[in-house]
Ligand binder design. Structure first.
Ligand code: ZN
Length: 343
């Protein structure tokens, strides 16, 4: 049984030429796929990435089981929506200030399985921003803390803990088997590899971040939080200049060489839990409304930028470079293991 993502444009997905018998209607999709090794597989589900995540199957989905724990939530999301959340496998890359809140919210919402990726340990200066952290957690892996919180929120949750950087093979193998990725790690390497997973393996992602610009004199600039939807074939982080090739090259050095490769020594960036909460809530709200089909299509903007100092909120659609070799059908889109980034 195979689940397949279709990029936005029918001409793009037809170019995949994987199926000779795909039948699509407004409410259903069915077909067979012929694989390169000659096997024939039934198409289990077809997912169309619009503002709402349309999941088309050959048979209508059965009603979800009533769930007393999530009764109040299901009154909005529906029993079927709650069941959809329970079946999802979601990755959180980066378990610092933003990632910690993402894990708490996803687990309490009832997402069935989380993949937790972070290679760092808890430091004293992290404690004001990590959910339910204590002094005794200093020195523990951030994956362990996130796992403890997720289990406390939902004892039935299934967890995969990976205390590695995202570009490690063991991280990438898990990432490409997820239904959704939240990218809450700093660094151009994390952006590059998650972007590659989205485009090569057709997994949607949300990049979540907070920026507090400071001048060398300590003056505070325009603080903003950003929640960016990264969809297959719809403009990627490279097209939108959100990955810097020089910083990526530095970020890919081994840890002991990374500091030495910086032109300017790194200083810790400001970080405040309330800003992280704003960004995380925006990202998870978008995800939930998308997977249960509650988005108003008129509001289908890919990125939301909050500027708390002026209380402004901007909506932005991503740009796509038609020649981009990462996110177009003439490039890496949907190539999976045949793509240029080795997973
Ligand atoms: Zn691109």
């Amino acid at each position: 049984m195979i689940t397949k993502w279709l990029p936005n444009s029918p001409s793009q997905w037809l170019s995949f030429n994987l199926s000779k018998t795909l039948v699509l209607t407004e409410h259903a999709a069915a077909g067979d796929l012929w694989l390169p090794d000659g096997r024939r597989e039934e198409l289990a589900e077809t997912i169309v990435p619009t503002g709402n995540l349309l999941r088309l199957r050959s048979q209508p989905a059965s009603e979800g089981r009533p769930d007393s724990l999530h009764d109040r939530q299901a009154r909005l999301l529906g029993d079927l929506g709650q069941e959809t959340l329970r079946r999802l496998r979601v990755a959180v890359v980066g378990l610092g200030g933003v990632g910690s809140i993402l894990v708490e919210e996803l687990a309490r919402l009832g997402v069935g399985e989380l993949v937790l990726i972070d290679d760092e340990t808890v430091e004293k200066t992290n404690l004001p921003r990590l959910v339910a952290s204590e002094l005794g957690d200093i020195g523990r892996l951030k994956t362990q803390l996130a796992a403890r919180n997720a289990r406390r929120a939902n004892p039935d949750i299934r967890l995969t803990e990976i205390a590695q950087r995202v570009e490690r093979p063991e991280s990438l193998e898990e990432l490409v088997r997820c239904d959704w990725i939240f990218l809450a790690a700093d660094g151009d390497a994390a952006r590059h590899w998650v972007n590659a997973a989205v485009q090569q393996y057709l997994v949607p992602a949300t990049q979540v971040g907070v920026k507090v610009p400071l001048t060398p004199q300590g003056e505070v600039g325009q603080i903003h939080t950003a929640t960016r939807l990264v969809l297959p074939g719809a403009g990627c982080l490279w097209c939108n200049r959100l990955i810097d090739p020089t910083r990526l090259a530095i970020d890919m050095h081994p840890a002991e060489e990374r500091e030495a490769a910086q032109y300017i020594p790194g200083v810790p960036a400001p970080s405040v839990i309330t800003l992280n909460t704003l960004a995380a809530a925006e990202a998870v709200n978008h995800f939930v409304l998308s997977v249960v089909g509650l988005h108003d299509e008129e509001g289908d903007f890919a990125s939301v930028i909050h500027r708390p100092r002026t209380r402004q909120r901007d909506l932005q659609n991503p740009r796509q470079d038609p020649t981009c070799r990462r996110c177009t059908s003439s490039g890496q889109l949907g190539l999976g293991r045949r793509g240029s980034t080795p997973f």
